[in-house]
Design a protein around this ligand. Sequence first.
Ligand code: CO
Length: 497
Amino acid sequence: MMALETPTKALAELKDYMQTLGDLSGAMSLLSWDTETKMPAKAAPFRARQRAALSTLLHRMSTDPKLGQWLEELEPQAESLSVEDKALLREVRRDYDQATKLPESLVRELSETTSKAHTVWVDARKTKNFSAFAPLLKRIVELNQQQAEVLGYEGSPYNALLDLYEPGLTTEKLDPIFNALESPIRTLLENKSAKFPRPEWMSRPCPKEKQEAMVKRIISAMNFDWEAGRIDEAPHPFCSSSSVGDVRLTNRYFENDWTSCIFSAMHEAGHGLYEQGIRDDLSGGPLGHGVSLGIHESQSRLWENMVGRSRAFVTFLLPLLNEVVPEQVEGVSEDEFYTAINRISPSCIRVEADEVTYNLHVLLRYRLEKQLIEGTLSVEDVPEAWNEAMNTLLGITPANDAEGCLQDIHWSHGTFGYFPTYTLGNLYAAQFFNQAKQALPQLEFQISKGELAPLRSWLKTEIHQHGSIYWPDDLSKQVTGNPLQVEPFTTYLATKY
Ligand code: CO
């Protein structure tokens, strides 16, 4: 069939509609950013109403039968459309099916239960008391099981939930990945975690203003576009994008742990560069954001770990730190700095984990979530199962549930199936970084000079600009010649440690 010269009327109407929907979502995301960073306290009740109104409108627009009609009209001619338009139909179909399959009663109960659960979880974590949170978690698991049934799946019901965060991801794909990761990481851990104490200079007090100044220098070196974004302070670092022209990062600063802000900032800026690098003409439409959580996390981990924690980067970083925070790095050599930021030290807390142990934390959550959703583990037994797994995997036992199964916010939000994307990010990052090294033979030297533009522009050309046009496995094949692989990451770890 001949390619259509001009888009059909239905396609033009669909695009127009989706652009409006996307622009309203952009406005929503800016409101959410503001709520978490700058909003005056008295605005809270009104802001809640504004966000609820916008989210009702967005839901109504996403489930409008008109969308279904356009899709039915256009899908039969999908093969004759351009790559972009075909991808557009695929994304609209995916969102439309998800939005329309879930009955309103289920959506409402999930939202009511999780807003209650969040408050209860905060208290339960404070008082280290899992049993206070257990009844709500039980209901959340049941609602997620119902959600899986409604969405539909093959194999495990957990597959329906995984697919929400990473299109096409299944337990059939994940089981072998985690199995292949487990033993090399545990071996590395047994051989390498000869613990040496955290050096004294890492805890030298450092005022927030100086940390902010150093972070700005580093992110500028990464070629973050300050005319299309900003960075502010928030209790949890995140990146939020309302268009390619407005990408907002947040970061946090600990006075007695001043190196921490460097890596959280590089992480969020990695997400931010992805969003800033998307083609202008895709922004605001269904293809105008990063394609999946796994690919997104590959960008943040690549900058945080493969660049930020590399020996070459330290050569660039230390002189910069000597200018901005001379007292903090006085007497510290490049080698000492490099070793200190790459210490392997098993911890009960995921967000404090080093690059080596991090994936074991994810693996633990993956296996428990899968069992909970499949109904082979009951909520009451979670603390014991958690502690046992921690002991087997990392050789440590949480002192209480706050250090164990109550530490993450995800379950209280009703989010099951999200954790595995953290590990996918690490795996994709290793594959992409290998490819970047081949394409840029001077990369290590450039990094040591703080010349990060070539890497940034390679990532933009190969990955960022495409937005959501290619699904993760296809993108990976296109960039590296291979789908998702475990081996590049395990080789990276083995070489580095
Ligand atoms: Co991230």
